[in-house]
Write a protein that binds this ligand. Structure first.
Ligand code: ADP
Ligand code: MG
Length: 350
């Protein structure tokens, strides 16, 4: 995979640097509810400050502002306040939400010029937005000398390993609800995997008709529920014994054992998509079993992607135990589908 040139190789002393970070954090009552993404952007910002940049202008989108009311809700002020607490350096300036300008999503040259105005260098560290050709991720990269930030590079290097030479067995495990989004990755990576394990709603969809040109291992038993409710009547059953009209909302114990055994002997693992409706305790055990099996395998290079899968892993306190937790969402999926990300393509090679 082609790697863009690194901010480590940029001469930033005395320069004003425009950084596109991914500061799209969840807000609650006008405050930052989870600052993971802000923290993830710190290494690049600290590198720039440490190397003597005169000013660091940080821009990001926040939420999906559409109406005037949204504009009040998605101002960058709380994010800037949190960032200032973490890095109290006067040289950092947080620009207003890039999506307040309609030119952002249309990749507009005029808005890109506005962002670039007065800056000497551009650093893109927003991996989570790199699959979108927007003014702050694409157009602006053609107006200033462009470099990749440390987080962006870390994501490319770790995810890229799955696309290159891998140690076998390679076990790919997929689940969740967004089946359409995941089929591209399954097609591209699944053929390279030695074993493809499928849970979640994904399993129910593939059971009918498998549109893939390789075999997948589907659940043999499920936790079935009479309806899609937290406290629905539920029971364990073999897949061919699911009562009419009931839904499989988690993988069953026999499937958990089988999947865990495969994960135990893997040398490369990619997991995307929970095994069940893990938000509801009666249907959380399958996801937990898989998370534990992935975490327990210290010999494997293991990557977990997808917002909900990562949330499940975090809630179980297992994020530190896997090789790489991708924060990318859509960007990770597109990269693993084999697509070139516009925000990466716009940066010259190393
Ligand atoms: P990720 O964010 O990790 O990529 P998805 O967004 O595709 O994963 O799917 C996550 C959602 O899938 C969770 O909210 C979970 O409740 C739901 N889910 C998992 N298994 C099932 C199932 N069998 N039926 C319905 N929903 C499911
Ligand atoms: Mg999701």
């Amino acid at each position: 995979m082609r790697l863009p040139r690194s901010v480590r190789d940029a001469d930033v002393a005395g320069k004003t640097v425009l950084v596109r970070a991914d500061l799209n954090v969840p807000l609650e009552d006008g405050r930052v509810a989870d600052d993971t993404r802000i923290r993830a952007s710190l290494p690049t910002l600290e590198l720039l400050l440490g190397r003597g940049a005169t000013a660091v202008r940080v821009c990001s989108h926040l939420g999906r502002p559409k109406t005037e009311e949204d504009r009040a809700k998605y101002r960058m002020q709380p994010v800037a306040a949190r960032l200032r607490e973490l890095v109290p350096d006067e040289r950092i300036h947080v620009l207003e939400n890039t999506r307040f300008d309609p030119g952002e999503t249309s990749n507009d040259e005029r808005f890109a010029h506005e962002l670039a105005e007065g800056c000497d260098l551009y650093v893109n560290d927003a991996f989570g937005s790199a699959h979108r050709a927007h003014a702050s991720t694409e157009a602006v990269a053609h107006l200033l000398p462009a470099y990749a930030g440390l987080l962006l590079l870390d994501e490319l290097e770790h995810l890229g390993r799955l696309l290159g030479e891998i140690e076998r067995p390679f076990v790919l495990i997929s689940g969740g609800a967004k089946v359409e989004d995941k089929l591209g990755v399954l097609r591209n990576l699944g053929g390279r995997a030695d074993t493809v394990l499928i849970g979640g709603k994904m399993a129910e969809e593939l059971r009918g008709e498998n549109p893939l040109d390789f075999d997948v291992e589907l659940p043999v038993d499920v936790v079935a529920a009479a309806e899609f409710e937290r406290d629905a009547e539920s029971r364990l059953c073999a897949v061919d014994e699911i009562p009419d009209g009931w839904l499989g909302l988690d993988i069953g114990p026999e499937t958990r054992t089988r999947f865990a055994r495969q994960l135990q002997s893997a040398r490369t693992i990619f997991w995307n998509g929970p095994m069940g409706v893990f938000e509801w305790p009666p249907f959380a055990e399958g996801t937990k079993a898989v998370a534990e099996a992935v975490a327990a395998n210290d010999a494997a290079f293991s990557v977990v992607g997808g917002a909900d899968s990562v949330r499940a892993l975090n809630e179980l306190g297992l994020a530190e135990r896997v090789s790489w937790v991708s924060t990318g969402g859509g960007a990770s999926l597109e990269l693993l589908e084999g697509k070139e990300l516009p925000g990466v393509a716009a940066i010259p090679s190393a």
